[in-house]
Design a protein around this ligand. Structure first.
Ligand code: BES
Ligand code: MN
Ligand code: MN
Length: 465
């Protein structure tokens, strides 16, 4: 199908396509919080219905131990290639809600400096309902204009934001119906609206919780202060010891499996446009920080990290209360790069925290979810097809980039189904995913709907050769 025909269809259905997404964004499908479980299930049904309306066959809400996977397919000819679309209909919690300028589940379109055509403000607008729904609308467009060039299967899950605990078992049980040629995912970012890019890697994750216990109860900080260990002080010191003065991580063995990039690969990465001043301005910081010897793009793409995600203990209410906490806690994430392994890193972290704990406290380390890092080949048919499709719609060849976030299931797609993923994202890192005031450009939404059919076309044609 030609670009002009795609744009004619989009032009005729623009308002409806936008309104349907807004409708989906009104359902608070927060997978982390059980109080929203009915809403998460309602979202699954809404997605199934939209898939069916768009022309998918065998649409199904597939039960799992957790939230269901929404499935649908269109097989036009078994001899043709099959694209498997993956996305997620769950979203991150919206809090702190008071920092939103409009309610997180009442989507509104507002213009911003970066999005002069307007952006949809709502939790999940970019991550991932907006990006997932582009695939449903692109499919509808191909179905209604009789231009679907190959087979397609949809697999939309509802637990990505909590580590995809049920999707792994589900793909293993459904290997037969998941036969295909590539997994197509829009759940990552491009560099800028005038600089398309395709992520060729994702970091892995090891997420840990640490509990430090001192005396058996909170104590008067004057009466006991100085005489016993303060778990908050101890925890702070333990965390501080995880990095040296150059920003390197000090956990013994942490870098053992880290794949170092060659000078050529690093030079190639450095070609990707990156505006440090704009980056600092967007975040309102005077300087960046990180591992010595690496650029910001490298620090967030090809280097592993260790970061506190939350830390608490003692008195945090209004005013002052003079008290030594009995316990202190921290949630700590480590982003991993090839060829690190999340189980191995979790174990190494546990050993380190146990080994440095002073005798005056007890330390308990609990691993949460994890995921493995991935790299996707730029030599694949899928990459070439995506590159050509984006070049046609953006007027520029996309730059390969390494995304800093994680989509743990991608490594399992490779391991269990033997399939590479193609990470054709359309969001921007500055779209505030997981933050208050998440938004997704109207331009980005329609750019995705315009580009996806061209991907199908090129992928199918290149496959025949
Ligand atoms: N879509 C993101 C991952 C992402 C965002 C990758 C931007 C690259 C660029 C995904 O929904 C996400 O947030 N993943 C979690 C995984 C975790 C909950 C297991 C993450 O990265 O923290
Ligand atoms: Mn996502
Ligand atoms: Mn996310």
């Amino acid at each position: 199908m030609e670009k002009s025909a795609i744009n004619t269809y989009i032009g005729q259905h623009k308002d409806r396509m936008l309104n349907e997404l807004m409708e989906l964004l009104r359902i608070p499908s927060v997978s982390a919080d059980s109080k929203y479980s009915d809403d998460v299930l309602r979202t699954a049904e809404a997605v199934r219905q939209r898939l069916e309306e768009a022309g998918a066959d065998k649409t199904e809400i597939c039960s799992t131990k957790g939230y269901p996977v929404v499935y649908g397919e269109k097989i036009i000819n078994p001899a043709l290639p099959t694209v498997i679309v993956y996305g997620h209909y769950d979203v991150q919690p919206a809090d702190p809600v008071e920092l939103w300028h409009s309610p997180p589940f009442e989507p509104v379109i507002k213009k911003t400096d970066i999005h002069p055509d307007g952006a949809i403000f709502a939790r999940g607008s970019c991550d991932d309902k907006g990006q997932m729904y582009m695939h449903v609308k692109a499919f509808e467009l191909m179905m209604k204009t009789n231009t679907l060039p190959c087979n397609v299967k949809f697999m939309i899950e509802g637990e990505e934001e909590v580590g995809s605990p049920s999707l792994g078992p589900w793909i293993i049980e459904n290997k037969d119906r998941l036969k295909g040629d590539v997994i197509l995912i829009s759940d990552t970012s491009i560099i800028a609206n005038d600089t398309p890019s395709i992520d060729v890697g994702l970091r892995g994750l090891a997420y840990m919780e640490v509990e430090v216990t001192g005396p058996n109860r909170d104590l008067h900080s004057g009466v006991y202060g100085g005489g016993v260990a303060n778990p908050a002080n101890v925890l702070a010191k333990m965390i501080a010891s995880c990095h040296d003065e150059n920003g390197h991580i000090t956990l013994p063995g942490f870098y053992d499996d880290v794949q170092e990039l060659s000078a050529e690969e690093r030079a190639e990465m450095a070609k990707a446009p990156f505006d440090l001043e704009a980056y600092k301005k967007d975040l309102n910081i005077d300087d960046v920080q990180g591992e010595k010897g690496y650029s910001t793009i490298e620090r967030t793409g090809i280097r592993p990290t260790l970061d506190v995600n939350g830390i608490w203990g003692g008195y945090t209410g209004e005013g002052a209360k003079t008290v030594l906490p009995s316990k202190a806690f921290a949630k700590i994430s480590m982003r991993l790069v090839p060829n690190q392994n999340s189980d191995k890193i979790s174990e190494l972290f546990t050993n380190y925290f146990n080994s440095i704990a002073p005798k005056s406290v007890k330390v308990k380390v609990t691993p949460h979810h994890g995921g493995e890092p991935v790299v996707v080949p730029t030599t694949s048919t899928a990459y070439k097809a995506a590159s050509r499709a984006m070049e046609e719609t953006y007027g520029k060849k996309p730059v390969p980039t390494r995304g800093g976030g994680s989509i743990p299931i991608v490594a399992l797609f490779k391991k269990e189904l033997g399939l590479d993923s193609l990470l054709m994202g359309f969001g921007l890192d500055s779209d505030a995913l997981h933050s208050p005031n998440e938004h997704y450009g109207v331009f980005n939404y329609f750019k995705g709907i315009e580009t996806i059919p061209l991907f199908y076309k090129h992928f199918t044609e290149m496959h025949k050769k």
